[in-house]
Design a protein around this ligand. Sequence first.
Ligand SMILES: [Ca+2]
Length: 329
Amino acid sequence: MTVPTPIVLDSDPGIDDAVALQYLLGTGLWDLKAYTSVGGNLPADATYRNARALARALRIDTDVPVHRGAGRPLSRLPYREASAFHGRAGLGEESLPDSTAPHPSESSAQALLRLSREHEGELTVCATGPLTNVAIALLEDPGFARRVAKFVFMGGAAQVPGNFTPVAEFNIWSDPDAAEVVLSSGIPFTMVDLDASHQWLFRPADLTALEAAGPGTALAARLMRTYMRAYTRHGGDGTCPLHDPLAVGVCGDESFVTAAEGAVIVECASELTRGQTVFVPADAPRIYYSESPSLTARLRLTGRVALGAGPRDFSEHFVTTLPRWPARP
Ligand SMILES: [Ca+2]
């Protein structure tokens, strides 16, 4: 039996964040050290409240501290609400009771920094919201980038259109400056973008399977039903993408995606293309940006970038793994 690896999930719940948490617990691969909330789908106070309520609903709130994220993006107006997809309070129609756990004094960024020191070289960080907290940790202490073993985030669109603007994915659009701080830090990153997450879909048969899996998956099934309806209202075909769960999956196994090595540079100056993630493969022509010493240097800060679905079936893994939590007595 393998020893669970320390991980922090940094998240803006959000429906797919919620089921990503339950899936993470179901894998049995991870020792969840903290659940750090960040503003994104809703303002920071609301995602913190939702994160605490989810920790209670999934019976981890006595063991896993939940931290409050930064109050706003690094240099932008406060987070917009994505209530069209996630419901007015962020978790569909649910109104879950708050946890009774004490409120930690550490912010999300402070918890990330402490855990990167306590588990230097071992800690995986998975981010499924805007990258504000991770950027703040890096601004406070750039050494965070080398202490983290692996950083996987859901966000961006490498070679496909965006989902919030023609060129930008929602998480990166929400705080592009934070994303650029993170992706230029030298942190060992894997970008789980729309290129991959739009390939792994949750289908009506998967919903039926979750609904049949017992009382432990009733909440997840209700959330996913709401999420599928939202996608259908927005022109979908009755399925929905598994954005955030896929990022958690890739923390454990990259073969759910195909990935290439390369740099990702985030557009922060333009209003029109705000949050665009410009992917430059490591084997790109060497003339790229040769007139710009700063961009040429930037291209050396590479990571793994998902470009599509991988050989291993993520949708199937998600639906069979999530019901393993909470463990039945
Ligand atoms: Ca999210």
